[in-house]
Structures are given as C-alpha cells and as structure tokens.
Design a binder for this molecule. Structure first.
Ligand SMILES: NC(=O)c1ccc[n+]([C@@H]2O[C@H](COP(=O)([O-])OP(=O)(O)OC[C@H]3O[C@@H](n4cnc5c(N)ncnc54)[C@H](O)[C@@H]3O)[C@@H](O)[C@H]2O)c1
Ligand SMILES: [Zn+2]
Length: 397
C-alpha cells in the first residue's frame, strides 16, 4: 500500500499542479458491541446507541429484518416493538421484513423497499436504519441507508457466524448487478454494529460452520496464538458449544476490524486485499458450482489450496500445512469438490481476482501459522501440485 501511494505521488509530481488543493480528512469511530438478547426489555444497549436530536424529539428508527431470522425467532418483531415503546423510541412503522440470503442482493427490491420507508415516513439523515440479518441483508440495507439522503445513520445487527466474525463488522455494503457480485456499493462505516449471540442458535448447521473458516483464515495470516486457540477449541466449535463460538467470533471480528482501521487502506484503494487469503479460488469455486458450494465452504478449500501453494513456493513447512488442513477438517469442512478437477477453469480465478482489484496480481501466502505475507508470484505448477495433494487426501481416484 505504501509503495502504491509513493508511486502515485511520484507520478502526480510530474502532473500539472492544481490551482486549488486541500486535504480532506474525515474520521470515523467504528464501534462494535457484543451482547446477547439486544431487545430484551431491560437491556439499555440499543437505546444508548441512539442520540436524541432534541429533548422532546425521540430518535426515529426504521427496523429491517431478514425474513428467515424473523421466522426462526417468532417473538422478534413483538420484542422490537415492545422495546421501542418501553424506551420511547419512535419506530417508523412495523419492522420491515425482507427476503434473506443472496436474493436480497440480486435485484433492487430490498433497496427500494428501504428507500420507500425512509421517504414515506419523511425521515432525515439523522434517523436510524437498523438491519437485522445475514450478511446479504446487511449489504443490501446498508447500501440503501448509504444512498438515501447521501447517508442515513445505519446500525447493523449481523445474525450469522460469518457476518459477525467477518463481513458484518466491516465498512462495505453493496448489491449485485449486471451479473457481477457487489457491483453497486459504497464504503460507509456504520453508526454501530451489534453482534447478538442469541441469533446464532437458530442458524442451520451449514451456516453455523461457515463463519469458522474466516476465523481460521484471519488467525492463520495474522495471529498465531488465535490459531492455536482454535486448534484447542476445535472439538467444542464442531459441536457448536456457545462459549467457544462467542470467543471465536469476537477474536475474529477484532482482527478484521483492526485490519480495516490500522491496515492503512480502509477503503481499498490499493491492489491488495490481504485478508482475502484463499479467496481467489474460493470466488471461482462458488461461481463454478453455480453457488451450490457456499462462500464458507469455498474459502475452506481456497485456504487449503493457498496453504499448500505456500509449501510448494518454499515458504511454509509441510507439517505446518498439515496442521492447517487438519484443523479445517476437524471443524467439519470438506477440502475437495468435483469442480477442482477443472483445473484450468479454476486458475482463471487468479485473473478475475486481479481484475477486480486492479493493478498487479497480489495474493497472500503464509510463512507459518500467524504469519501471512503478500506476493506477486504465483505459478500454475504450484496450484496443480496443491490440487493433487487435496485429491489424494480426499482419496479421489
Ligand atoms: N460487506 C462486506 O464487507 C462483506 C464481507 C463478506 C461477505 N459479505 C457478503 O455477505 C453475504 C453472506 O452473508 P452470510 O454468510 O451471513 O449469509 P446470508 O446472509 O446469505 O445468510 C445465510 C442464510 O441464513 C439465513 N439466516 C441469517 N441469520 C439467521 C439466523 N440467525 N437464523 C436462521 N437463519 C438465518 C439467511 O436468511 C440466509 O438464508 C454475501 O452476500 C457476501 O457477499 C459482505
Ligand atoms: Zn470471505
């Protein structure tokens, strides 16, 4: 990133000087809370997040809920309603239920519904749009909140392990368009993020596990002691023992948020996305399987591939790689999928990854658990060998 900035500065110094140049600085407080049962009557947290504009004017709030979350938690809408009455919060209409999962991002419907509620209730930029749901709903509602009035205050309540441990605590939003994932979207730090562990108990098993892999990923490239902690907790995690899951979510969220705030590139102007370890092949695999393979499942395979590539490239010992693969397997991930046989097509994921970020191909590899680094070098033979090892490991002929 620094290198990129330096290069840009050098190029800029040869360019014609502007007649006016001012630096614009904007700083954001990115606040994440961990709790359980956010809308329990006596819990002050949600109320404390809302700033009153005037003593007699209660905070205006729109609540948007992932329909699958509402169905799995039948008392939720009533609790939100009761909570707002109890704490004198002005709820703009009933909670709005929207379709959950990727369909929330596949057209403009959810975005328009949210825009309409904001418009119909005459809400200002100082109102709050609260989104309760999986990462997909948060992305769509976050985009709507960021674009109405050029940005209405937005509170995110991620309800999946994946969104609590990774995407939901970030600063990006977006929807899919023109057949491209996240084609429309903005960088918009939310007013606050609240991770409520109570929601995790209603997740289907496949969704529960999905968040574990992003935690393994970020531990593997950033934090050796967290990696060891996950190894020790693997059996509890595989059984979805709540205190282990909560700790995993917190530590993973913290590492992701630290990266955003201290990594030097919160709005991703550079060509690298260091936390996307294993993601070049994961994105491709999701696509090749027509999304039968979920993001978490694909990242488990992608992380295994780039771990083995790290060995082939001479950076990582084979024993350390085996630790990583074994951990992913113990957490319940399968490290093989039939799509991996289409090696050439899979390798196309590298170019797509580069294209999306622009500039030179930059990928993250590992030297040891906890020590990731960025490199521009990637060879087809390394990937081929990694796939061979995964095939042997899965006993696929
Ligand atoms: N903004 C970012 O920085 C960022 C980062 C990573 C991923 N993402 C996005 O996040 C999305 C994936 O999010 P996800 O993994 O949370 O999946 P998801 O939002 O697709 O949710 C998975 C499924 O579980 C349901 N669900 C959610 N919470 C539930 C609960 N508590 N109980 C029962 N069912 C529940 C959802 O309705 C959906 O059907 C993708 O669109 C991805 O692009 C965004
Ligand atoms: Zn991911």
């Amino acid at each position: 990133v620094d290198l990129q900035v330096e290069t840009e500065k050098k190029q800029a110094s040869h360019a014609i000087q502007p007649d006016i140049v001012e630096e614009i600085r904007v700083s954001f407080a990115h606040r994440i809370f961990f709790t359980s049962n956010l809308f329990q009557k006596q819990s002050p947290l949600f109320h404390s997040l809302l700033v009153r504009e005037a003593p007699h004017a209660p905070a205006q709030v729109v609540v948007v809920i992932d329909r699958n979350v509402a169905e799995a938690n039948p008392g939720l809408c009533a609790s939100v309603d009761r909570y707002c009455r109890e704490w004198s919060i002005a709820l703009a209409g009933e909670p709005l239920l929207v379709q959950g999962g990727e369909t929330a991002k596949n057209d403009r419907e959810v975005v328009e519904q949210v825009h309409r509620v904001i418009s119909d209730h005459g809400l200002s930029r100082h109102a709050y749009v609260v989104a309760i749901g999986g990462g997909a709903v948060l992305d769509a509602v976050g985009y709507a909140a960021a674009t109405a009035h050029r940005g209405v205050r937005h509170i995110r309540v991620p309800t999946t392990t994946l969104s609590q441990a990774d995407g939901g605590v970030g600063v990006k939003n977006g929807i899919n368009a023109f057949g491209k994932k996240n084609f429309l979207g903005t960088f918009a730090p939310p007013w606050a993020v609240v991770c409520d562990s109570a929601f995790l108990s209603t997740l289907p098993e496949r969704e529960r596990r999905a968040g574990f892999v992003e935690a393994v990923k970020v531990a593997l490239i950033r934090d050796a002691s967290f990696f060891e902690w996950i190894e020790n907790a693997a059996d509890d995690l595989a059984r979805f023992e709540m205190s282990a899951v909560e700790e995993l979510v917190r530590r993973s969220a913290r590492l992701h948020v630290e990266h955003i705030s201290r990594g030097g590139d919160p709005f991703e102007h550079g060509s690298a996305r260091p936390l996307d370890f294993g993601h070049w092949s994961a994105h491709k695999l999701e696509q090749m399987s027509a999304f039968r393979i979920s993001h978490g499942e694909a990242v488990a395979i992608g992380a295994a591939i780039d771990t083995l590539v790290s060995v082939e490239a001479g950076h990582l010992g084979a024993e350390d790689a085996d630790r990583v693969l074994r951990l992913l397997e113990r957490l319940g991930f399968s490290l093989w999928a039939e799509e991996l046989s289409r090696e050439k097509e899979l390798a196309g994921g590298l170019e797509e990854f580069r294209e999306h970020l622009g500039g030179e191909l930059t990928i993250t590899l590992v030297r040891a658990p906890g020590a990731g680094f960025e490199t521009h070098e990637m060879r087809a033979e390394w990937v081929r060998r990694a796939l061979e090892i995964l095939r042997e490991r899965a006993h696929v002929p």
